[in-house]
Structures are given as C-alpha cells and as structure tokens.
Design a protein around this ligand. Structure first.
Ligand code: C2E
Ligand code: MG
Ligand code: MG
Length: 632
C-alpha cells in the first residue's frame, strides 16, 4: 500500500514525484534564507533549529534522487512539522509567523503524500497545538509576541512566497491534468463514435450496412401501422459484377461499387436509406410512399443512372442492375418478410433478362413455396432411386449411322408421375441438389455406356449434360475420372455437354479443370448453341469438339428465313473453326433435308426417336443396325 502510492506508473504519480523534488528544494531554499537571516540578527536558537531542519530535509532530497519517493515525502513532511513545533516551543509560540506553515504542510501532505500520512500530520499538528495552548493556559509556557521588525517581515515573506510558489505549481499541474483529461475524453468519445459508425456502416462505400438498414426499416414499418403509410424496399443487384471483378481485379471492382453507391445515393431523397447488403447487393428503403408509381419511377431512375458508362483502368464499362421491389401492406409488418419479397422480385427481374425491375406479387411466393416443396421431394427421390436416364440417339446425317446417345434424366414420381427435367433441373440447380444428382447421372451414364460397349453395340458416344452449378460447387474432374475408372469405360466414348453461360465465365480455374478433363481422353460439346451471348471468343479459349445447334432454330428452319440464316451462319462458324456440328430437335424430313443441304453433318430429334429407356435404346440400335445391313 505504502509503496504503491508513489510507485505506480500513472501520469498523476509521475507529476507527484516531480513536484516532491520541487517542493523540497523550495522549502530548503526558504529555510536556508531564514536560517541565515536569523543568524544575522543574532537569533541563534532558531537559526540552529533551521540549520538542523535543512540538513534533514536535504536527506529527503537525496531520497528523491534515489527514487525513494515515499520515504522522502514522510521524512520531509515530518521534519517540517517537527521544525515548526520546536520553533513554537522555543520561540514565538502561538503568535509567530511559523504558525502559517501548518496549513501549508497539510496542503502538501494532502496532495502529495499517502492519506495515512495526511491524517497523521493532522493529528500531530492538532495534538501539538492543543498541548501548546494547554501549556499556555497552565502558565507552563508563555508565547512571546514577536517584535515586528525586518526579521519578522523576512520570515513572513519567505513563508508566504514558499506557499504561493507551491500553490502556483499545484494549480499549474491541476490545469494541465484537467486539459489532458478533457482531450482524453474527446478522444474516447470520438473513437466510440467511430466504433458505432463501423458497426452500422459499410467500410467501402460508407453506406449504412444491413444492421442499420434492418433497424431503420423495422422502425419505419412500426410507424406505418400508426400512420397508415407504406414503405418500399428496392433490392438492387448488379448484373455480371463477378465478371467485372474477376477480369479487372478486386481494386477496380471496389471502385465500381463505390461509384455505384454514389449514383444510388443521388437517385433518392436524403431521407431515404441507401444501404449495402454485401457484395454487389444494395437495398434502398423509401419511407412513407403513397403510391407504387413512386417506387417504379425511382427504379427507372436507378437503372438509367447505373447504366451510364464509367471508366475503369482506361476501359469504358457499362454496369447494369436488376431491381426487385416490395411494398409493405397490412400483411407485411416484418422486415424479413418484406426483404424476402424484394429478393424474390429481384430474382424475377434477373430471370426476365436483367437490367430491369420487377414488383413482388403473390404468385412469386406460391412459386417459391412450390419450388421448396419440389426440392425436398427431390431429396427424397434421390434416396429412393426415382430418377432414371433415357437416351436419345444421335445420327450421322449422311450415312444414317447412330453415332451417339444423349443421356437425359427423368423423374418417375409415385404421385406426380413423370416430371420433365425442364421443371426439376432448375430447382435442383437453385438448391444445389444438382451436384448430388449429377454424380448419379455421370456414374449411371458411364455404367450404361460400358454395358453397351461390352455387348458389342458399337462406338456409341454418350453425351452427359453437366450443369454450370456442378463446376462451381462440385468437383467435376474427380467425379468423371472416378466414374471412368470404376466403370472401365473408354474415355473417348464420353462427351460432356457444357453450356455457353459456363464458358462465358472465362475463368482460369475452369480452364484448368477442362484441360485436365480433356487429358483423360473425353470430348466436349456446347449445348443449346446460339441461345447464349453472341460472344464467340470463348470458342478460342476453350477447346471444344462439337457445337449443338439449339432446337429453337431448327424447329422453324424451313419456314423462317431468319432462323435459316442463323443456322447457316452457325454452320459456317463451325466449319471455319473445324468443329463438329449437331442439330437438335429435328422432327421432320424437310428439316433434315434442308440441314443436309446447308452442310450440317449430325442430328438428333423426334424424327428418329425421343429419349427412350436404356433397354429400348438397345433394341432401337440393334433394329437400326439390322436395317442398315439390309439396305444395299
Ligand atoms: P438439352 O440438353 O438441350 O436436351 C435436349 C432436349 O430436347 C431434351 O429435352 C430432349 O428430349 C428434347 N428433344 C430432343 N429432340 C427433340 C425434338 O425433336 N423436338 C422437341 N420438341 N424436343 C426434342 P428434355 O429431356 O426434356 O431435357 C430438357 C433439358 O433439361 C435438357 O436440354 C437439359 O438442359 C436438361 N437436362 C436433361 N437431362 C439432364 C441431365 O442429366 N443433367 C443436366 N444437367 N441437365 C439435364
Ligand atoms: Mg443436352
Ligand atoms: Mg440442347
């Protein structure tokens, strides 16, 4: 306890230690002067008392120099009290100027010494004064009234100056400490504000984050109920942000987000909340709107503003966005509900071709619920082996030979019947189930192809559709290599059907996966060719063997000159790039003839056969081979 009072490391303690040395030095100077003047005026008794005090106090200065602050302060203050008490008994007693030193001693010990010393000093002084007064009343001691002369004046001045200088120093410290405390307070409250800002704002754009957005929206929704007003949420997602981020780099991606955030802010009133939800998603809350049209107008303004070109890395870039709008009503009183609606509407806007907006409607909810139910049914179906593969034969148009089979998945649901892939594949993709389902498809297709191969059905290349989600979330490379290894199917009998959208991602990662797969010995085709983006540069980046012209161009080939022009252009592209070409969806003889005339070499379609179960497919091939034998 005793030690810790002076030895702790706080700044106040350091000031105390510093000041202790000052006060001792000042007191020593005053005592020295007083001793000298007392000697000069022949008052040898006081002079010698003061001399002794000077020596003892100089010892306490020595202790300070050696950092024994506690001992120094005890020695100093007790020596002062002892010196004054002695002067009282030997000299002027109650009437001398030395009496003034007592309050100064108390102030000194109160400020610089441990509390126990202060109490001790007070008790000592009071006991001494009481004893002195008692002695006076008993006549044992008589205080002499000092003559008011130069010596009196000098002592008085010394005491007053010593006290004044000490108090001045203390006040200086006090003011300094107060100022330091004030600035520390300001610093703390500033950093508190910063912490609060960081917890509720996005560091990149400075916009409110999802926490603050939720808070404000919840508040607004509560007010709505009282004021019969409405709140609109606009959920904004940048289109193709990932492509920009991957191709230009993250720094540029960040810059783009900052610019977009500024543009969004400029589209709304200061009272509306623009927040960043994370990634390339933003949320705007329009408070107290009276009409849906206001939300639509703002959505249009946003689409207009965001699609203005901007320059990044000296490249002119146009970034668009898709917006989902949900407006509160008596059924929606909760932020999460409203947010979910805006989210659904945004996906609708994306599905409708992006760069647009959609309002939430009840139908979306029903559809989402249906999809959720379908996904859970599919999970069960996977366990119950309700999925099966059908095969559609593919032909060489000139020779009429069967060259391959596309494996197409079917779902035989005990109650729903045969569910078409168009209905469940998108749900499987959205829910991620496609990864698990895709694994089964790859294994089953390879197993079946090996069986046909072993049965001597000839070189039938089996085409397996692979969803982009499988590349993103699954390990296609490992899956295919394991399936080939386990089934012992020659790899050249496998063709993986990829989508254009997958290849448009143009990522190095994908390129490596495709290269590794190719090194296994299998081939690739691009499915539904012509329906995606017209950017053909990916054909150079990714080596594929075959293009599959989408059936939408084939369907009205003989009737629509426009479709014919497209098909003929695709055929030319394939020829010049030395790629094989297969037409999907050939349904009649005239389409087949026209395709042969245009130079298309391969085809598949209902003209020959729809996708059929494996056993039927085998019979189909055998029949077909037998017929071909009989044709001279
Ligand atoms: P896709 O890969 O383009 O498959 C061709 C689709 O066209 C098949 O529909 C096929 O039955 C149908 N088709 C073939 N010839 C004709 C024709 O002459 N006329 C008409 N109108 N249609 C014809 P399906 O089996 O309903 O499959 C639809 C889509 O579902 C497939 O399109 C593919 O994208 C997806 N899909 C099917 N099976 C799988 C699979 O195992 N895995 C993955 N990831 N997707 C699959
Ligand atoms: Mg396909
Ligand atoms: Mg297709």
């Amino acid at each position: 306890m005793l030690r810790s009072f002076f030895n702790s490391d706080s700044s106040i303690q350091r000031i105390r230690q510093h000041r202790l040395a000052h006060f001792i030095s000042i007191a020593m100077l005053a005592i020295l002067i007083s001793a000298t003047q007392n000697a000069f005026f022949g008052n040898w008794r006081d002079a010698s008392l003061l001399g002794i005090a000077f020596v003892v106090i100089s010892l306490s200065l020595l202790l300070v120099r050696r950092s024994h602050y506690e001992s120094a302060s005890i020695l100093f203050s007790l020596c002062l009290t002892g010196m004054i008490a002695s002067i009282h008994w030997t000299s002027s007693g109650l009437y001398g100027p030395a009496m003034l030193v007592y309050p100064a001693i108390l102030v000194f010990t109160g400020l610089l010494c441990a509390p126990w010393l202060f109490v001790l000093q007070f008790v000592l002084i009071m006991s001494h004064l009481s004893a002195l007064i008692f002695a006076e009343t008993q006549g044992w001691h008589v205080s002499k009234v000092m003559p008011v002369d130069l010596s009196f004046w000098i002592d008085l001045s010394l005491i007053m100056s010593t006290v004044a200088i000490s108090v001045g120093l203390i006040m200086k410290d006090f003011r300094r400490t107060l100022a330091a405390l004030h600035s520390e307070n300001e610093r703390v409250s500033k950093s508190q504000k910063e912490v609060e800002f960081l917890a509720t704002h996005d560091t990149l754009t400075g916009l409110p984050n999802r926490v603050l957005a939720r808070d404000r929206c919840t508040h607004a929704l509560a007010l709505n109920q009282r004021q019969q007003s409405h709140t609109a949420l606009l959920f904004i997602d940048l289109d193709n942000f990932k492509t920009i981020n991957d191709s230009l780099g993250h720094a540029e991606g960040d810059q783009l987000l900052v610019i977009m955030a500024e543009r969004l802010r400029s589209c709304v009133r200061a009272s509306d909340t623009v927040s960043r939800q994370g990634g390339d998603e933003f949320l705007i809350m329009l408070d107290q709107i009276s009409d849906d049209r206001i939300a639509a107008e703002i959505a249009e303004k946003i689409i207009q503003s965001l699609s203005q070109p901007l320059t990044l890395r000296h490249l002119s870039i146009t970034a668009t966005c898709s917006i989902g709008i949900a407006i509160s009503d008596q059924h929606v009183t909760d932020y999460d509900q409203l947010m979910q609606r805006a989210d659904m509407a945004m996906y609708k806007a994306k599905a409708a071709g992006r760069n647009g907006y959609r309002f939430y409607d009840e139908g979306m909810n029903t559809k989402a619920t249906e999809q959720l139910q379908l996904a859970s049914k599919m999970r069960v179906a996977l366990g119950r082996s309700e999925f099966t593969l059908h095969y559609q034969p593919q032909f060489d148009l000139k020779s009429g030979r069967i060259i391959g089979a596309e494996a197409l998945v079917r779902w035989r649901h005990p109650e729903l019947g045969l569910v078409p892939p168009g209905k469940f594949i998108p749900v499987a993709e959205n829910s991620g189930l496609i990864v698990e389902m895709g694994e089964w498809i790859v294994f089953e297709a390879c197993r079946q192809a090996k069986e046909w191969y072993d049965e001597g059905l000839g070189s039938i290349v089996v085409g397996i559709n692979i969803s982009p989600i499988q590349f993103r979330r699954g390990d296609v490379e490992k899956l295919v290599s394991t399936a080939l290894k386990l089934t012992q199917l020659p790899p050249e009998l496998v063709e993986l059907e990829l989508t254009e959208s997958l290849l448009l991602e143009d990522s190095d990662h994908l390129k490596i996966i495709l290269q590794n797969l190719r090194s296994l010995g299998l081939s690739f085709s691009i499915d539904d060719f012509g329906t995606g983006y017209s950017n053909l540069s990916y054909l150079k980046h990714f080596e594929v063997e075959r293009l599959k012209i989408d059936q939408s161009f084939i369907r009205r080939l003989t009737e629509d000159a426009h479709d014919e022009a497209i098909v003929s252009a695709i055929i030319q592209v394939a020829n010049s790039l030395e790629l094989q070409l297969i037409a999907e969806g050939i349904e009649d003889q005239s389409t087949l003839n026209r395709l042969i005339e245009l130079g298309c070499a391969q085809g598949q379609g209902y003209y020959w056969s729809p996708a059929i179960p494996a056993a039927e497919f085998k019979q189909f091939v055998l029949r077909h081979q037998a017929q071909a034998h009989h044709v001279p």
